[in-house]
Write a protein that binds this ligand. Structure first.
Ligand code: SF4
Ligand code: SF4
Length: 224
């Protein structure tokens, strides 16, 4: 009922894509009171991502952080709208992943779960969301809410096919080369710990928080 208004609000304020989904089954027990997800997508600037030539750059790191901030601000706009309609909304920050006690590098709620369930794209062999419109150089934020929202699309399966460019380019050997099947564990395709450990080797560039090499070789970004 409020999907069109929310989409218009967020796209007007700078989102590149907006999706809606019901994620009740994927939420931890304490969050099931907010079963609907709004996924907000913002594309990274091509002039910035083009600077990644075999290693991340300071320009990429700064733009990455700025984009996360923009997404968090967009989430605030969604919250204001939702609360005015008498519902509750819980923001999941764009950057949220920290190692837990098992070193699983998980956030409160994975943005990609909402993105895939709302039909915004598919998960590539590199473990990132790939969208037709913006490729995979995107950042995401999520707002969970009790405002009923109709799903905006169907789940898409992997369209990587026989491509292995990201696996071959990954200096950490963190990508297995398997295609992602919705519902399967992330570790089947991607070793988050290896990826995170490798990022720490770029402490001099982006405080060890970014890499982006796998996305820089992805054909879905070359065509954008
Ligand atoms: S971000 Fe870097 S280390 Fe992580 S999977 Fe991609 S290429 Fe490998
Ligand atoms: S580089 Fe190829 S295999 Fe990797 S995510 Fe992109 S399309 Fe899929």
């Amino acid at each position: 009922m409020y999907e069109n208004e929310l989409r218009a609000l967020l796209m007007g304020a700078g989102a590149d894509l907006v999706g809606f989904s019901c994620v009740r089954d994927e939420l931890p027990e304490e969050l099931k009171i907010y079963p609907y997800a709004i996924t907000i997508v913002r594309k990274l600037a091509k002039a910035v991502t083009d600077t990644i030539q075999g290693a991340p750059t300071m320009i990429y790191f700064q733009h990455y952080r700025m984009t996360n901030t923009k997404l968090d601000l967009l989430a605030l706009d969604a919250i204001s709208f939702i609360e005015k309609q008498g519902y509750l909304a819980l923001p999941i920050a764009a950057s949220q992943s920290t190692p837990d006690e098992k070193e699983e590098y998980k956030g409160v709620f994975p943005h990609k779960t909402g993105a895939v369930k709302s039909g915004l794209g598919f998960i590539g062999k590199s473990g990132v969301l790939i969208t037709e419109e913006c490729g995979s150089f995107v950042r995401l934020a999520t707002v969970l809410t009790d405002m009923p929202l109709e799903p905006s699309g169907e789940v898409h399966y992997s369209k990587c096919g026989t491509c292995t460019l990201c696996r071959d380019a990954c200096p950490a050997h963190a990508i297995t080369g398997e295609e992602y099947i919705p519902g399967h564990a992330r570790k089947e395709i991607f070793d988050a710990k290896k990826c995170s450990e490798h990022m720490k080797t770029y402490k001099h560039i982006g405080r060890g928080a970014v890499c982006g090499i796998c996305m820089s070789v992805c054909p879905y970004n070359k065509r954008i």
